[in-house]
Design a binder for this molecule. Structure first.
Ligand SMILES: [Zn+2]
Length: 256
């Protein structure tokens, strides 16, 4: 039953996403028209073929919330997934919560409708690499670069031009190099303070209890919308989000 409800909602978001696509098309037409102006001002021709580079951000791993001391950042990793992402989006919508979605590049490429739905609902995008290699901190810089920048391109293309604003290393396997590279592309390295442990499926109440017990660790909370049956995640969010509100937390985004 829940999935049928989700589908009805999903149709509305898909329609909204078409509007986003329209904006992206208009923007690229504008860029094409602006081309000759750039040439006269001396800009290289390659600038016409690539999107303007994002402004660099700090290389330090972010944990804080833009809502301050009583802020909380909900982060949703490893998607998008055609079954679970719409259900997570539905719960977030019900409680008026904006979250940060750390996406795997090829999954974003396979489900651009979901990426557009995430953006259309006001959530933020985060680059979670191509292959989710939790040992990438032991690999070459060339490999790390490919993992991060290919995923950035896949996510940005799938979103219709909306860039990921953060980079979260799989399993937290950051390196000084990967943090610097991501930051130079406008993606703030993003950590977490509270691992809900939802990925291990310990039962909905255990996930809820972990979040409640560990909120004193800091504002950034980790959940997952892919990688297996995420029904516990969806159920846990239904309990955690209103509880956080009752505790006086404000939902925000990680600082950049
Ligand atoms: Zn992950």
């Amino acid at each position: 039953m829940a999935r049928h409800g989700g589908r009805g909602w999903y149709g509305q978001v898909a329609a909204a996403a078409l509007g986003v696509t329209g904006v992206a098309v208009a923007a690229s037409l504008w860029t094409a028209q602006a081309g000759p102006v750039d040439t006269r001002s001396g800009a290289g021709t390659s600038a016409h073929r690539t999107a303007p580079k994002a402004a660099p951000v700090s290389v330090e791993i972010a944990h804080a919330s833009d809502q301050g001391a009583r802020g909380v950042n909900i982060t949703i990793d490893d998607g998008p997934d055609p079954v679970w992402t719409p259900q997570v989006l539905q719960v977030l919508k019900e409680y008026g919560v904006k979250a940060t979605f750390c996406m795997i590049g090829p999954q974003a490429e396979a489900h651009p409708d979901l990426v557009k739905a995430v953006v259309a609902a006001g959530h933020r995008l985060c680059d979670h690499t191509v292959s989710h290699d939790v040992t990438m901190d032991k690999k070459s810089e060339a490999y790390q670069s490919q993992q991060i920048l290919d995923a950035e391109r896949m996510i940005t293309k799938a979103s219709g031009g909306v860039r990921p604003l953060y980079y979260r290393a799989p399993g937290g396997a950051f390196t000084p190099y990967s943090r610097k590279l991501a930051a130079s592309h406008g993606m703030r390295p993003l950590g977490w303070n509270v691992d809900s442990k939802d990925f291990e499926r310990p039962g909905t109440e255990a996930v809820v209890a972990t979040v409640k017990d560990e909120m004193s660790n800091g504002p950034t909370v980790l959940f997952h919308d892919a990688g297996g049956d995420r029904s516990e995640t969806v159920a846990a969010l239904r309990e955690v989000l209103p509880w956080l509100k009752e505790q006086g937390y404000s939902f925000g985004f990680p600082v950049r």
